[in-house]
Design a protein around this ligand. Structure first.
Ligand code: ZN
Length: 318
């Protein structure tokens, strides 16, 4: 039997206790005992903090629980895949048992961050299908095809663009909860360079992982009027994005904005696709057999910057 670290009943989340027990029973084996216990403890802590910080409440709790129930089993990553921190597939989550600490985080804290990140992905599945349908509809649109072609991209990049947002939303919540758990302020935004990404061009981030995506998500969010964050600080912008992303109408809101504001249509489509190109490029970096398309990426990054400037100008005019 799994022993919870919190008493979920008095705060109105008894069903979460039942869920944890079920997942424990399905995952438990003598060999996996410590990793299963660790993950469930982390899940509890993550969830508790999300409630405390206001990201989860009784309105979205059942929807989130429903998503979490899609995970049938906790597993250990096979040795040959242990270059990854964790892999979440349709119904199981496989964890690396020997992750080291990094960026000033101890092994335990970094492990907690990784586990939180993976749980975030499971929760975000709530809008993945909507994003897929939305991108599919756009991919049938002749104007959209032409628009993407004009910068060397195709409709698959739209879907990858939402995957970039998914990474940033999950990492944002994981960072918030992790630094809260060790009572430390989050790091300041700093410039980083990674020779594998953007051809040595620096990027600004305060993330432990996926920092190369952060500024794209921030600028994209600023351009969405329903988030109402065009003048907010970076971390406030990300808070609004992450909060919107764990609600079921996230994709609908983006769709609504695009279709009700024709001025916005091209900007937004291009921004999503460019984020998709960046996402694709970093996947190619991880996959050693693939080569990244450096010229297209660098061009895309400049176009993204131009779009942000133009869009800000458009907003200021109103
Ligand atoms: Zn991820």
């Amino acid at each position: 039997m799994y022993e919870t670290i919190y008493d979920w009943d008095p705060i109105g989340y008894l069903d979460f206790t039942n869920y944890l027990e079920k997942l424990y029973q399905k995952s438990y084996s003598k060999k996996k005992k410590s990793i299963v216990n660790r993950f469930l403890n982390h899940m509890e802590y993550y969830f508790y903090e999300l409630i405390r910080m206001g990201f989860v409440n009784t309105d979205n709790f059942y929807l989130i629980l429903n998503q979490l129930e899609s995970i049938q089993k906790i597993d250990v990553l096979p040795k040959k895949l242990q270059r990854h921190y964790a892999i979440t597939t349709g119904n199981s989550i496989s964890l690396n048992p020997s992750v080291k600490g990094r960026d000033g985080l101890s092994k335990n804290s970094f492990q907690f961050m990784i586990d939180s990140h993976e749980i975030g992905h499971i929760i975000n599945h709530v809008w993945e299908e909507d994003a897929f349908k939305f991108c599919h509809t756009l991919s049938k649109n002749k104007n959209v095809k032409e628009l993407l072609k004009s910068i060397g991209l195709s409709s698959k990049h739209l879907f990858y663009g939402f995957q970039l947002l998914d990474e940033v939303c999950t990492q944002e919540l994981a960072e918030r909860v992790t630094y809260q758990s060790i009572c430390r302020n989050r790091p300041n935004m700093t410039q980083k360079r990674d020779k594998r990404i953007f051809d040595f061009e620096p990027y600004v981030t305060n993330y432990c992982i996926y920092g190369e995506f952060q500024s794209f998500a921030i600028e994209f969010s600023r351009s969405l009027s329903f988030l109402n964050c065009s003048n907010d600080e970076d971390l406030q912008v990300l808070e609004k994005l992450a909060s919107a992303s764990i609600n079921p109408n996230f994709i609908y809101k983006i769709e609504e904005e695009i279709y009700h504001n024709p001025e916005c249509f091209n900007f937004t489509i291009l921004m999503i696709a460019i984020m998709g190109k960046v996402k694709e490029a970093t996947y190619q970096v991880i996959d050693l057999d693939a080569r990244k398309d450096e010229i297209v990426i660098n061009d895309c990054v400049s176009i993204f910057q131009e779009l942000c400037n133009k869009k800000n100008f458009t907003y200021q005019k109103k």
